[in-house]
Design a binder for this molecule. Structure first.
Ligand code: SAM
Length: 263
């Protein structure tokens, strides 16, 4: 990682701590995730294949693909999205779970997806150089990883400036009853392998995401698709610690932007 990137991205620690503390899921860690998805791997497609499929399709429909462009999908899981990408681009999928990834490898072979490469890697500590991809996608991953801000920092780093970041995820519901239920089951995050009460506004604000579109997806619009511009060029120009006034302003701008998109 380049030196500018380091100075900008190291601030993720503070924001991650705040996001984790507020979400009450400090116990989620890489080992608990590996364990949860080792369990899920054999029935993941059956349980989460069709229900999450409209969200995967919506993201890929929304993406702009120039021939030969490069896309990174973090937390690719069993590779359910892989057949949906056009074949004239290059797709890289990474995941922390070997068992989930093995299913993705089988799919790659079975469906002849030669434009896809798959690697076991922690999305919060990627080995790719800065600016390696035109777009980076996280489908149903941000509420799973231990440090969501760190994940977004890494997505920004490996994506070229001005490239696009895409997210689809469940976020804490606005209805007080549903939100209460989500809070109630949040102590089970470790077992579930995701945080049910993950706040959208807090995520956007603390990860300083420059959201350009927000759309409801999947059953009853219970999940959300976010399209964001890779704003790392502006963040590098700031070169200030993340909680200094200019960064707060950028977070506030992101929140204001999101608020406008909500309204
Ligand atoms: C809910 S599944 C989503 C799988 C797939 N994206 C989909 O559309 O169904 C979350 C995936 O994120 C992976 N994951 C969690 N933390 C990760 C990390 N730090 N780095 C890479 N992958 C991670 C899990 O192993 C799991 O495969």
């Amino acid at each position: 990682m380049g030196s500018i990137s380091k100075s900008v991205y190291s601030g993720g620690k503070v924001r991650n701590r705040r996001l984790k503390r507020r979400e009450g899921e400090g116990s989620v860690n890489i080992e608990s995730i590996r364990k949860a998805y080792r369990r899920y791997a054999s029935f993941y497609d059956f349980s989460f294949g069709s229900i999450f499929e409209p969200g995967r399709e919506a993201v890929i429909r929304r993406m702009k693909f120039a021939p030969g462009c490069s896309v990174l999908e973090v937390g690719v899981g069993t590779g359910l999205s892989l057949p949906l990408y056009p074949r004239n681009i290059s797709v890289t999928g990474i995941d922390i779970s070997e068992e989930m990834l093995e299913k993705a490898r089988q799919r790659r072979r079975r469906e002849g997806l030669m434009h896809v490469s798959l690697h076991c890697m922690d999305a919060e500590n990627m080995t790719y150089p800065d600016d390696s991809f035109d777009a980076v996608v996280a489908m149903y991953v941000v509420s799973v990883v231990p440090n969501p801000c760190r994940l977004v920092d890494e997505m920004r780093r490996v994506c070229r400036p001005g490239g696009e970041l895409y997210f689809v995820n469940h976020f804490q519901h606005e209805h007080p009853f549903v939100c209460g239920m989500e809070r109630m089951i949040s102590p089970l995050s470790r077992l579930l392998g995701f945080r049910p009460d993950f706040s959208l506004c807090q995520f956007v604000r603390e990860a300083r995401i420059d959201v350009v579109d927000r759309s409801p997806v999947n059953l009853c619009g219970y999940w959300t698709m976010l399209t964001a511009r890779n704003n790392k060029a502006e963040m590098c120009l700031c070169k200030t610690p993340p909680l200094a006034s200019s960064s707060l302003a950028s977070g506030a701008a992101a929140s204001a932007g999101l608020q406008a998109l909500i309204e």
